[in-house]
Design a protein around this ligand. Sequence first.
Ligand SMILES: Nc1ncnc2c1ncn2[C@@H]1O[C@H](COP(=O)(O)OP(=O)(O)OP(=O)(O)O)[C@@H](O)[C@H]1O
Ligand SMILES: [Mg+2]
Length: 280
Amino acid sequence: MEQSPFIKFEHVSFQYDQGDEWALNDVSFHIDRNEWVAIIGHNGSGKSTIAKLMNGLLSPQKGEIYVDHILVNEQTVWDVRKKVGLVFQNPDNQFVGTTVVDDVAFGLENHGVPREEMIKRIDTSLKAVNMTDYYNHEPHRLSGGQKQRVAIASVLAVQPDLLVFDEATAMLDPKGRKSIMNTIKSLRDTRDVSIVTITHDLNEVLFADRVIVMNHGKVLEEGKPREIFKKQEELVEIGLDAPFVTQFSKHLKVEGITFEKEPLTHKEMMDELWKFHLNM
Ligand SMILES: Nc1ncnc2c1ncn2[C@@H]1O[C@H](COP(=O)(O)OP(=O)(O)OP(=O)(O)O)[C@@H](O)[C@H]1O
Ligand SMILES: [Mg+2]
Protein backbone atom coordinates (compact mmCIF):
# COMPACT_ATOMS: atom_id res chain seq x y z
CA MET A 1 0.00 0.00 0.00
CA GLU A 2 1.11 3.52 -0.71
CA GLN A 3 2.70 5.15 2.33
CA SER A 4 1.42 8.70 2.53
CA PRO A 5 0.22 10.87 5.40
CA PHE A 6 -3.29 10.26 6.64
CA ILE A 7 -3.75 13.95 7.44
CA LYS A 8 -2.05 16.88 5.82
CA PHE A 9 -2.35 20.54 6.85
CA GLU A 10 -0.90 22.81 4.17
CA HIS A 11 -0.37 26.46 5.11
CA VAL A 12 -3.59 26.53 7.12
CA SER A 13 -4.74 29.80 8.68
CA PHE A 14 -7.95 30.19 10.64
CA GLN A 15 -9.68 33.06 12.44
CA TYR A 16 -12.97 32.78 14.33
CA ASP A 17 -14.19 36.22 13.25
CA GLN A 18 -13.03 38.67 10.65
CA GLY A 19 -10.70 41.20 12.22
CA ASP A 20 -9.79 38.79 15.07
CA GLU A 21 -6.26 37.57 15.53
CA TRP A 22 -5.51 34.41 13.60
CA ALA A 23 -6.10 31.42 15.88
CA LEU A 24 -3.87 29.47 13.48
CA ASN A 25 -1.32 31.19 11.31
CA ASP A 26 0.24 29.31 8.37
CA VAL A 27 0.24 25.89 10.00
CA SER A 28 1.63 22.90 8.09
CA PHE A 29 2.12 19.36 9.42
CA HIS A 30 1.15 15.79 8.66
CA ILE A 31 0.06 12.70 10.57
CA ASP A 32 0.90 9.28 9.21
CA ARG A 33 -1.27 6.20 9.23
CA ASN A 34 -1.06 4.38 12.58
CA GLU A 35 1.05 7.13 14.05
CA TRP A 36 0.42 8.57 17.54
CA VAL A 37 1.04 12.31 17.60
CA ALA A 38 0.75 14.46 20.72
CA ILE A 39 -0.05 18.16 20.34
CA ILE A 40 1.02 20.39 23.23
CA GLY A 41 0.97 24.15 23.74
CA HIS A 42 -0.14 26.91 26.12
CA ASN A 43 -3.81 27.95 26.59
CA GLY A 44 -5.12 29.52 23.42
CA SER A 45 -2.23 28.31 21.25
CA GLY A 46 -4.67 26.76 18.75
CA LYS A 47 -4.82 23.08 19.70
CA SER A 48 -8.59 22.67 19.84
CA THR A 49 -8.92 24.69 16.66
CA ILE A 50 -6.69 22.11 14.95
CA ALA A 51 -8.90 19.28 16.29
CA LYS A 52 -12.06 20.92 14.95
CA LEU A 53 -10.49 21.59 11.56
CA MET A 54 -9.45 17.94 11.30
CA ASN A 55 -13.00 16.72 11.04
CA GLY A 56 -14.55 19.69 9.33
CA LEU A 57 -16.31 21.25 12.33
CA LEU A 58 -14.46 24.40 11.23
CA SER A 59 -13.03 25.24 7.83
CA PRO A 60 -9.92 27.32 7.20
CA GLN A 61 -9.89 30.73 5.49
CA LYS A 62 -6.47 29.96 4.00
CA GLY A 63 -4.67 26.75 3.08
CA GLU A 64 -5.81 23.16 2.56
CA ILE A 65 -6.52 20.18 4.76
CA TYR A 66 -6.43 16.66 3.34
CA VAL A 67 -7.82 13.64 5.17
CA ASP A 68 -6.98 10.33 3.52
CA HIS A 69 -6.26 12.22 0.25
CA ILE A 70 -9.64 13.96 0.38
CA LEU A 71 -9.64 17.75 0.41
CA VAL A 72 -11.90 18.76 3.30
CA ASN A 73 -14.73 21.02 2.09
CA GLU A 74 -18.52 21.26 2.24
CA GLN A 75 -18.98 18.39 -0.22
CA THR A 76 -16.63 15.98 1.57
CA VAL A 77 -17.23 16.86 5.19
CA TRP A 78 -19.56 13.89 5.89
CA ASP A 79 -17.05 11.41 4.52
CA VAL A 80 -14.34 13.05 6.56
CA ARG A 81 -16.37 12.79 9.77
CA LYS A 82 -16.54 9.02 9.37
CA LYS A 83 -12.76 8.94 9.18
CA VAL A 84 -11.94 11.27 12.07
CA GLY A 85 -13.51 10.79 15.52
CA LEU A 86 -13.20 13.42 18.26
CA VAL A 87 -13.32 12.86 22.01
CA PHE A 88 -13.58 16.05 24.05
CA GLN A 89 -12.77 17.06 27.58
CA ASN A 90 -16.14 16.93 29.28
CA PRO A 91 -17.74 13.48 29.10
CA ASP A 92 -21.08 14.85 30.37
CA ASN A 93 -21.56 16.90 27.22
CA GLN A 94 -21.12 13.89 24.99
CA PHE A 95 -24.06 11.74 26.13
CA VAL A 96 -27.37 11.50 24.33
CA GLY A 97 -28.69 8.04 25.25
CA THR A 98 -30.36 6.88 28.48
CA THR A 99 -28.23 3.72 28.62
CA VAL A 100 -24.67 3.00 27.62
CA VAL A 101 -25.84 0.85 24.69
CA ASP A 102 -28.26 3.52 23.44
CA ASP A 103 -25.51 6.03 23.58
CA VAL A 104 -23.11 4.05 21.43
CA ALA A 105 -25.97 3.15 19.07
CA PHE A 106 -26.93 6.78 18.54
CA GLY A 107 -23.80 7.70 16.61
CA LEU A 108 -24.24 4.64 14.41
CA GLU A 109 -27.84 5.48 13.59
CA ASN A 110 -26.63 8.89 12.49
CA HIS A 111 -24.27 7.22 10.09
CA GLY A 112 -26.94 4.89 8.75
CA VAL A 113 -25.35 1.62 9.92
CA PRO A 114 -27.73 -1.39 9.54
CA ARG A 115 -29.05 -3.01 12.75
CA GLU A 116 -27.13 -6.32 12.60
CA GLU A 117 -23.90 -4.53 11.96
CA MET A 118 -24.74 -2.05 14.74
CA ILE A 119 -25.02 -4.80 17.36
CA LYS A 120 -21.64 -6.18 16.33
CA ARG A 121 -19.95 -2.81 16.44
CA ILE A 122 -21.43 -1.87 19.82
CA ASP A 123 -20.07 -5.14 21.27
CA THR A 124 -16.63 -4.70 19.79
CA SER A 125 -16.22 -1.09 20.82
CA LEU A 126 -17.45 -1.56 24.40
CA LYS A 127 -15.08 -4.52 24.66
CA ALA A 128 -12.19 -2.36 23.44
CA VAL A 129 -12.72 0.11 26.30
CA ASN A 130 -13.46 -2.61 28.86
CA MET A 131 -17.06 -1.53 29.52
CA THR A 132 -19.01 -4.67 28.62
CA ASP A 133 -20.41 -4.98 32.17
CA TYR A 134 -22.23 -1.67 31.83
CA TYR A 135 -24.49 -2.13 28.78
CA ASN A 136 -27.70 -1.08 30.49
CA HIS A 137 -26.26 1.39 32.97
CA GLU A 138 -27.27 5.04 32.85
CA PRO A 139 -24.33 7.07 31.56
CA HIS A 140 -24.73 9.87 34.11
CA ARG A 141 -24.27 7.41 36.99
CA LEU A 142 -20.84 6.25 35.82
CA SER A 143 -17.53 7.58 37.15
CA GLY A 144 -15.69 10.21 35.09
CA GLY A 145 -13.24 7.67 33.69
CA GLN A 146 -16.04 5.23 32.81
CA LYS A 147 -18.03 7.99 31.09
CA GLN A 148 -15.03 8.92 29.05
CA ARG A 149 -14.52 5.27 28.07
CA VAL A 150 -18.12 5.11 26.82
CA ALA A 151 -17.51 8.33 24.87
CA ILE A 152 -14.49 6.64 23.28
CA ALA A 153 -16.57 3.53 22.49
CA SER A 154 -19.16 5.71 20.73
CA VAL A 155 -16.45 7.18 18.55
CA LEU A 156 -14.78 3.79 17.95
CA ALA A 157 -18.06 2.25 16.80
CA VAL A 158 -18.05 4.53 13.76
CA GLN A 159 -14.70 2.89 12.89
CA PRO A 160 -12.67 6.03 12.25
CA ASP A 161 -9.09 5.87 10.94
CA LEU A 162 -8.04 8.67 13.27
CA LEU A 163 -9.02 9.28 16.90
CA VAL A 164 -8.47 12.77 18.29
CA PHE A 165 -8.49 13.16 22.08
CA ASP A 166 -8.76 16.85 23.01
CA GLU A 167 -7.79 17.06 26.70
CA ALA A 168 -9.81 13.89 27.19
CA THR A 169 -8.29 13.22 30.61
CA ALA A 170 -8.29 16.80 31.93
CA MET A 171 -11.42 16.49 34.08
CA LEU A 172 -10.58 13.08 35.52
CA ASP A 173 -8.98 12.03 38.80
CA PRO A 174 -5.61 10.23 38.61
CA LYS A 175 -7.31 6.82 38.45
CA GLY A 176 -9.64 7.87 35.61
CA ARG A 177 -6.72 9.47 33.82
CA LYS A 178 -4.71 6.30 34.01
CA SER A 179 -7.60 4.18 32.75
CA ILE A 180 -8.02 6.44 29.70
CA MET A 181 -4.29 6.44 28.97
CA ASN A 182 -4.29 2.64 29.19
CA THR A 183 -7.28 2.52 26.85
CA ILE A 184 -5.48 4.74 24.34
CA LYS A 185 -2.32 2.64 24.58
CA SER A 186 -4.23 -0.59 23.99
CA LEU A 187 -6.04 0.93 21.00
CA ARG A 188 -2.71 1.82 19.56
CA ASP A 189 -1.38 -1.68 20.08
CA THR A 190 -4.37 -3.62 18.83
CA ARG A 191 -5.90 -1.46 16.10
CA ASP A 192 -5.16 -0.06 12.76
CA VAL A 193 -5.69 3.53 13.81
CA SER A 194 -3.91 6.90 13.99
CA ILE A 195 -4.11 8.80 17.27
CA VAL A 196 -3.81 12.48 18.16
CA THR A 197 -3.72 13.38 21.85
CA ILE A 198 -3.98 17.03 22.83
CA THR A 199 -2.88 17.63 26.39
CA HIS A 200 -1.48 19.94 29.03
CA ASP A 201 -0.12 17.02 30.99
CA LEU A 202 3.30 16.36 29.52
CA ASN A 203 3.50 13.01 31.31
CA GLU A 204 0.92 11.85 28.76
CA VAL A 205 3.13 12.78 25.83
CA LEU A 206 5.87 10.26 26.49
CA PHE A 207 4.12 7.41 24.73
CA ALA A 208 3.49 9.26 21.48
CA ASP A 209 5.62 8.65 18.40
CA ARG A 210 5.95 12.35 17.71
CA VAL A 211 5.15 15.66 19.40
CA ILE A 212 3.98 18.89 17.79
CA VAL A 213 4.52 21.99 19.94
CA MET A 214 2.13 24.88 19.27
CA ASN A 215 2.86 28.46 20.25
CA HIS A 216 0.57 31.41 19.46
CA GLY A 217 -1.12 29.74 16.50
CA LYS A 218 2.08 28.43 14.94
CA VAL A 219 3.98 25.16 14.98
CA LEU A 220 7.02 25.93 17.11
CA GLU A 221 8.61 22.53 16.93
CA GLU A 222 8.14 18.87 16.01
CA GLY A 223 10.08 15.84 17.13
CA LYS A 224 10.24 12.65 19.14
CA PRO A 225 9.27 13.10 22.83
CA ARG A 226 12.89 12.52 23.84
CA GLU A 227 14.15 15.32 21.57
CA ILE A 228 11.43 17.74 22.65
CA PHE A 229 12.02 17.26 26.38
CA LYS A 230 15.73 17.89 26.03
CA LYS A 231 14.74 21.51 25.50
CA GLN A 232 13.35 22.08 28.97
CA GLU A 233 14.12 25.80 29.10
CA GLU A 234 12.35 26.43 25.81
CA LEU A 235 9.25 24.61 27.04
CA VAL A 236 9.18 26.59 30.25
CA GLU A 237 9.53 29.80 28.24
CA ILE A 238 6.32 29.07 26.34
CA GLY A 239 4.44 28.15 29.50
CA LEU A 240 4.86 24.36 29.60
CA ASP A 241 6.42 22.23 32.32
CA ALA A 242 8.73 19.34 31.57
CA PRO A 243 7.41 15.92 32.64
CA PHE A 244 8.08 14.81 36.21
CA VAL A 245 10.86 12.35 35.32
CA THR A 246 12.71 14.96 33.24
CA GLN A 247 12.53 17.51 36.06
CA PHE A 248 13.68 14.93 38.60
CA SER A 249 16.60 13.93 36.39
CA LYS A 250 17.65 17.57 36.12
CA HIS A 251 17.76 17.86 39.91
CA LEU A 252 19.81 14.67 40.13
CA LYS A 253 22.31 16.08 37.64
CA VAL A 254 22.87 19.06 39.93
CA GLU A 255 23.73 16.50 42.61
CA GLY A 256 26.25 14.88 40.28
CA ILE A 257 24.12 11.90 39.29
CA THR A 258 24.21 11.56 35.53
CA PHE A 259 22.78 8.82 33.32
CA GLU A 260 23.98 7.04 30.18
CA LYS A 261 20.55 7.43 28.63
CA GLU A 262 18.26 10.32 29.57
CA PRO A 263 15.27 8.62 31.26
CA LEU A 264 11.77 9.64 30.19
CA THR A 265 9.45 7.21 31.91
CA HIS A 266 9.33 6.06 35.53
CA LYS A 267 10.62 2.68 34.48
CA GLU A 268 13.57 4.13 32.58
CA MET A 269 14.38 6.27 35.61
CA MET A 270 14.35 3.22 37.88
CA ASP A 271 16.58 1.29 35.47
CA GLU A 272 19.08 4.14 35.24
CA LEU A 273 19.13 4.62 39.02
CA TRP A 274 19.88 0.91 39.47
CA LYS A 275 22.74 1.10 36.96
CA PHE A 276 24.11 4.14 38.74
CA HIS A 277 23.82 2.38 42.10
CA LEU A 278 25.61 -0.75 40.86
CA ASN A 279 28.45 1.30 39.34
CA MET A 280 29.06 3.21 42.56
N1 LIG B 1 -15.42 30.12 19.58
C1 LIG B 1 -14.43 31.02 19.54
N2 LIG B 1 -14.65 32.29 19.16
C2 LIG B 1 -13.66 33.21 19.10
N3 LIG B 1 -12.38 32.93 19.41
C3 LIG B 1 -12.08 31.68 19.79
C4 LIG B 1 -13.08 30.67 19.89
N4 LIG B 1 -12.50 29.52 20.31
C5 LIG B 1 -11.18 29.81 20.46
N5 LIG B 1 -10.94 31.11 20.15
C6 LIG B 1 -9.61 31.75 20.18
O1 LIG B 1 -8.76 31.10 19.27
C7 LIG B 1 -7.45 30.91 19.81
C8 LIG B 1 -7.09 29.44 19.83
O2 LIG B 1 -7.98 28.78 20.70
P1 LIG B 1 -7.98 27.20 20.94
O3 LIG B 1 -9.21 26.87 21.67
O4 LIG B 1 -7.73 26.50 19.65
O5 LIG B 1 -6.70 27.03 21.88
P2 LIG B 1 -6.22 25.78 22.75
O6 LIG B 1 -4.78 25.61 22.45
O7 LIG B 1 -7.11 24.62 22.52
O8 LIG B 1 -6.38 26.33 24.24
P3 LIG B 1 -6.70 25.51 25.60
O9 LIG B 1 -5.40 24.90 26.02
O10 LIG B 1 -7.15 26.57 26.53
O11 LIG B 1 -7.76 24.49 25.31
C9 LIG B 1 -7.47 31.57 21.18
O12 LIG B 1 -6.96 32.88 21.06
C10 LIG B 1 -8.93 31.60 21.53
O13 LIG B 1 -9.23 32.69 22.37
MG1 LIG C 1 -8.37 23.49 23.77
